[in-house]
Design a protein around this ligand. Structure first.
Ligand code: C2E
Ligand code: CA
Ligand code: CA
Length: 725
C-alpha cells in the first residue's frame, strides 16, 4: 500500500482540512503505519485526523481500517474496538440487515450505498442511536476499493436548531401577543418591529409604523425631550432608560405613556437594536390627579378642604414672616342652617350650601383661599391686608353676599351668616390655635350679634376656656351625683290644688351654688353628655314620682312632667327606656307627661308622629312646651295633638297689660280648648296674672306665685295641697 496522500480524492466533500498538530502516537493502519510516518507532506492518517468530521477508512468489504479522534468521540468506541471489525458494528440491528443485503447484491461498490439513507442513524457504544448524515469518498487503490466515510452528527445540530426555533417562537408569541405595547427599533431609531398592542395604543397600523421613527406618534411638544438620556444610553452610561412622554394617537387623542428603552448589543458592545416597552398611563395619571384633588377638596362644593386650608395658612404665614404684613382668617357660620335641612330636606340643604359656596367663590380674591370647614361652616383666608379694618369690611361683604335670597328647587330661601375673625401676623400661632380663636369669636358673634361679625380678642379666649372647663366640670359633677331633680308644682287654676310637678334639673356647684339649667343644658347639648343628663332626669323623675302619694286617698296621684331635649326625643332608645322605667317603678303611665318644644317636634315631623304614637300607646302624655315662641302652624298643632299646651311665660307676664296682649292670650287659650287640649300657663308670679288666666279659662298654671321648684323631700308636703288664693 502506498502513500494515500499522493492520490487525488474521489469526491470533494471533505475539503476543509484544518492544520492541526497530530501526535505520532495516533492509531495506525494494521502494522503498515511505519511507512506513513516519515513522509512529508503529512501522512494520510494525519490528514484524516485533521478533518473536521468524524471519519473512518473502510476497505471494500466494509472492514474498518482507520478511525479519527472525532469518530471515537462520537461513537464512544476506542479505535482498537473498531479497527479490523466490520463497520456494521456501528449500525443498529435493523440497518445491519440492509447493509448485508446490499453487499450481497452489489458487491463491492454497495459497501457505502446504505449510507445514503436519509434517516440514517448510528449506534453508539452505549447503545444510544443518534441521527447522522454521512458523506462517502470511495476510491480505488492497488486493485482494492476503499471508502472514506465522514459522519456528521446532526443530532446536536438539530437540537440546536430546534432550540433556536423554539426560542424564536416563544419570543414571537411573547412579543406579538404581549398585552404590553412593544417596539423594536434599529440603531438609527427606525422601527423594525411593533406588536399589536403598540399599534392599538397609538392607532397606527404596522405598515404605517415600520421604517419610521417615533415622530408620527409623539406629541409635537415632546419630540426630542428625551434626547439627552438617549445619549447616555447609547454611550453605555446607563443600561435602561425610563421616561414619560405624551403620544399623539392617529385619532388626535393625546395620551401619557411610560416608556422603558433598552439596547441589545453584540459581543463587542455595538448596539444592534433597541427594545421599547410602553405603557399607557393616561387613566392612571388622571385617577391619581383626581385622588389628590379629592384628598384636598370638599366633594359637595369643590372648595378646598381643611387639609388644604391648613397648608395654605402655613404658606401664608411663612410669607408674612419673610415679607411682613398681616392677614385674617374668617370663620363663616350659617345661622340656623339646620332649619333649612329640617324644613326642606337634605337635598335642598346641599343645594343651598353649593349655591353659597359658589357665591363666596365669586367674591374670593385670587390670593385668598376659601374652604368648606364642615357642615355649614366656611373658612376664608385673607392675605396681604393693610389693616384689621379690611378684614371687617370683607366680612360684611361676605355676609351681604350670602344674605341675597336663593331660589332652590322652587323654594325661596333666605340665609344669614355670622362671622368670627382672627387677625394674624408674623407672631401668629399654630393652625389649631387660630381655629380655636376664630371659633371663640364666632361663638360671641352667634351669641350676641347673629348676622354680624366679631373680631377675636384675648378675653374671648378666656371665656371659651371657662366654657370648656364648665363642660369638664359638668361631666365630673354628673359622675359625682351633684346633679339633682327639683320639682315645681302645677296647680289646677280653678281649685288651686296641686295636680302635678315639672321636673327641673339643678346643679349644686361647690363654689357657684345652684347653677341654673340655662347655663349648662345648652353646653351639654353640644356633646353626648346631654343624653346622659337626659336619661338621668327621666329615670330620677319617674322613680321619685312613683313614690309620691297624697295623704288624702280621694285626691288623685300627681303626675310628673319631664323635659326632653331634641337628642333624647329622637333617640331610638327612648320608647323602650320609658317602658322599662314604668315597669320598674310601677308609675301609672298617665302619671307621666313628656315636655317637648315645638322646634324639637318639627325637626322631623314624620319621626315625631311615630314617636308620639308609640308613647301614646304606652299611655304617656305629651306637653308642648314654650308654646308661642316658635313658629308652629296650627295644622302641626292639630296633628301633634299634645295633651297639654304650655303657654310661654312671655304671654303670661307681658311688659304691659295691654288689651292686645289680653286678646292674644285669650285667642291661644280658646284655640287650645277648641282642639281639646289642656292649657297650662307658665311663670305666674302675681295674683292679677293668676286671676286673669283663670278668667280666660286657662286650666292649669305654674309659677313662683305658687312655688319655685323644690327638692324631692319637700314634694310630699305639697301633694294635694290647695294654694290659698
Ligand atoms: P322650661 O322647660 O321652660 O322650664 C321652666 C323654667 O321657668 C324653669 O327654669 C323654672 O324654674 C322657671 N320658672 C318657673 N316659674 C317661674 C316664674 O314664676 N318666674 C320665672 N321667671 N321663672 C319661672 P329652670 O329650672 O331654670 O329651667 C330652665 C330651662 O332648662 C327649662 O325651661 C328647660 O328648658 C331646661 N331644663 C330644665 N331641666 C331640664 C331637664 O331635666 N332636661 C332638659 N332637657 N331640659 C331641662
Ligand atoms: Ca318645661
Ligand atoms: Ca317652658
Amino acid at each position: 500500500m502506498t502513500d494515500l496522500s499522493e492520490r487525488p480524492r474521489a469526491t470533494s466533500r471533505i475539503e476543509k482540512v484544518r492544520s492541526v498538530h497530530v501526535s505520532s502516537s495516533l492509531s495506525t493502519f494494521e502494522g503498515e503505519s511505519a511507512s506513513f510516518h516519515s513522509a512529508h507532506p503529512p501522512s494520510w492518517n494525519v490528514l484524516l485526523e485533521a478533518l473536521p468530521e468524524a471519519t473512518a477508512l473502510l476497505d471494500g468489504r466494509g472492514v474498518v481500517h482507520y478511525v479519527n479522534g472525532l469518530l471515537t468521540a462520537l461513537t464512544g468506541y476506542e479505535p482498537v474496538e473498531l479497527i479490523g471489525h466490520d463497520v456494521k458494528l456501528l449500525l443498529p440491528e435493523r440497518l445491519r440487515e440492509r447493509l448485508l443485503r446490499a453487499r450481497r447484491e452489489r458487491p463491492p461498490a454497495a459497501v457505502a450505498s446504505i449510507w445514503n439513507d436519509e434517516d440514517l442513524t448510528i449506534l453508539r457504544r452505549d447503545g444510544i442511536e443518534i441521527p447522522v448524515e454521512v458523506s462517502r469518498s470511495p476510491f480505488a487503490l492497488d486493485e482494492g476499493s476503499w471508502v472514506v466515510v465522514a459522519i456528521h452528527d446532526v443530532h446536536t445540530q438539530r437540537a440546536n436548531e430546534q432550540a433556536r426555533a423554539d426560542a424564536e417562537l416563544r419570543f414571537r408569541v411573547a412579543f406579538e401577543n404581549n398585552m404590553a405595547p412593544m417596539t423594536f427599533a434599529d440603531a438609527n431609531d427606525r422601527i423594525i418591529a411593533v406588536n399589536d398592542a403598540m399599534c392599538e395604543m397609538v392607532g397606527f397600523t404596522k405598515e404605517e409604523l415600520l421604517g419610521c421613527d417615533s415622530t408620527p406618534f409623539t406629541f409635537p411638544d415632546d419630540v426630542g425631550i428625551t434626547e439627552s438620556t438617549h445619549q447616555r444610553l447609547i454611550s453605555g452610561e446607563m443600561e435602561q432608560e425610563r421616561y414619560v412622554k405624551r403620544y399623539l394617537r392617529k385619532d388626535g387623542r393625546v395620551i401619557d405613556v411610560e416608556v422603558s428603552r433598552s439596547p441589545a448589543r453584540d459581543a463587542d458592545g455595538k448596539i444592534l437594536y433597541f427594545v421599547f416597552s410602553e405603557r399607557d398611563i393616561t387613566e392612571e395619571r388622571a385617577l391619581a390627579a383626581q385622588l389628590s384633588h379629592q384628598a384636598l377638596h370638599d366633594p359637595l362644593t369643590g372648595l378646598a378642604n381643611r387639609a388644604l386650608f391648613e397648608d395654605r395658612l402655613a404658606q401664608a404665614h411663612g410669607r408674612v414672616i419673610r415679607q411682613g404684613g398681616m392677614g385674617a382668617v374668617l370663620l363663616i357660620d350659617l345661622d340656623d342652617f339646620k332649619g333649612v335641612n329640617d324644613t326642606h330636606g337634605h337635598f335642598v340643604g346641599d343645594q343651598l350650601l353649593t349655591a353659597i359656596a359658589n357665591r363666596l367663590g365669586l367674591v374670593t380674591r385670587t390670593a385668598d383661599t376659601l374652604c368648606r370647614f364642615g357642615g355649614d361652616e366656611f373658612l376664608y383666608l385673607a392675605e396681604g391686608l393693610e389693616s384689621p379694618k379690611e378684614a371687617e369690611v370683607l366680612a360684611e361683604r361676605l355676609i351681604k353676599v350670602i344674605a341675597e335670597p336663593y331660589n332652590i328647587a322652587g323654594f325661596l330661601i333666605e340665609q344669614r351668616a355670622s362671622i368670627g375673625i382672627v387677625i394674624w401676623d408674623s407672631t401668629c400661632t399654630s393652625f389649631s390655635e387660630t381655629i380655636q380663636n376664630v371659633d371663640a369669636a364666632l361663638y360671641e358673634a352667634k351669641r350676641n350679634l347673629r348676622g354680624h361679625h366679631v373680631v377675636f380678642t384675648p378675653t374671648m379666649h378666656q371665656r371659651a376656656v371657662s366654657r370648656f372647663s364648665l363642660v369638664q366640670e359638668l361631666r365630673q359633677a354628673f359622675n359625682a351625683g351633684d346633679l339633682v331633680m327639683h320639682y315645681q308644682p302645677i296647680a289646677d287654676l280653678t281649685t288651686s290644688q296641686v295636680v302635678g310637678f315639672e321636673a327641673l334639673m339643678r346643679w349644686n356647684h361647690p363654689d357657684r351654688g345652684w347653677v341654673p339649667p340655662n347655663d349648662f343644658i345648652p353646653l351639654a347639648e353640644q356633646s353626648d353628655l346631654i343624653l346622659e343628663l337626659g336619661s338621668f332626669a327621666l329615670r330620677q323623675s319617674i322613680l321619685e314620682a312613683s313614690k309620691w302619694a297624697s295623704e288624702d286617698p280621694s285626691s288623685r296621684r300627681p303626675y310628673v312632667t319631664v323635659n326632653l331635649s331634641a337628642h333624647q326625643f329622637l333617640d331610638p332608645g327612648l320608647v323602650p327606656t320609658i317602658k322599662e322605667l314604668l315597669a320598674e317603678s310601677a308609675l301609672p303611665p298617665d302619671n307621666l307627661v313628656l315636655e317637648i318644644t315645638e322646634s324639637v317636634a318639627l325637626i322631623d315631623i314624620a319621626e315625631t308622629m311615630s314617636v308620639l304614637e308609640h308613647l301614646g300607646n304606652l299611655g304617656v302624655g305629651i306637653a308642648l312646651d314654650d308654646f308661642g315662641t316658635g313658629f308652629s302652624s296650627l295644622s302641626y298643632l292639630a296633628r301633634l295633638s299634645p295633651r297639654i299646651i304650655k303657654i310661654d311665660q312671655s304671654f303670661v307676664r307681658p311688659v304691659d297689660d295691654s288689651l292686645r296682649n289680653d286678646t292674644l292670650l285669650e285667642t291661644i287659650i280658646s284655640l287650645g280648648r277648641k282642639l281639646d287640649m289642656t292649657m297650662l300657663a307658665e311663670g305666674i308670679e302675681t295674683e292679677p296674672q293668676f286671676r286673669r288666666l283663670r278668667r280666660l279659662g286657662c286650666e292649669l298654671g305654674q309659677g313662683y306665685l305658687f312655688s319655685p321648684a323644690v327638692p324631692n323631700h319637700e314634694v310630699e308636703a305639697m301633694v294635694g295641697q290647695i294654694f290659698a288664693s
